[in-house]
Design a protein around this ligand. Structure first.
Ligand code: FES
Length: 129
């Protein structure tokens, strides 16, 4: 049976969906992470989760509030873990756990992408444009 929109809206409210300024997608898929291995991909995801929580950026409000999603493929399929950050559309490669603290501090908190790790850009138009 399909869930009601009311139930889904309640879940979204608990997750603070509607409050976020950024959304980070991290790919832990086997193809792009073949060079580092599945454990390293999971370690990157765990590091992202832990640091966002520690810095009070997830399940948060304010200009640095960030939603995170682990995905199975972003269609790049090499040089992983691959990550993309919206709305800027900043694409990062080789985002292993050791890179996550600097990424969170410089990009998500200070608003300055870590240029030497960026391999592509695709900023999205704002929804109200
Ligand atoms: S498996 Fe990560 S981009 Fe395809």
């Amino acid at each position: 049976m399909a869930e009601s929109n009311e139930k889904l809206a309640g879940i979204a409210e608990k997750l603070l969906i509607g409050q976020f300024h950024r959304h980070v997608f991290l790919c832990a898929g086997d193809a792009c992470c073949a060079g580092v291995g599945r454990e390293a991909a999971q370690a990157a995801w765990d590091a992202l989760k832990d640091i966002l929580k520690e810095k009070h950026l997830s399940l948060a409000t304010g200009p640095c509030a960030c939603y995170r999603t682990k995905v199975g493929c972003l269609r790049v399929c090499t040089g992983g873990p691959v990550m993309v950050v919206y709305p800027e559309g900043t694409w990062y490669g080789n985002m292993t756990a050791d890179r996550i603290p600097r990424f969170v501090q410089e990009h998500l908190i200070e608003g300055k992408p870590v240029e030497e790790w960026v391999f592509a850009r695709n900023p999205l138009p704002t929804a109200d444009a």
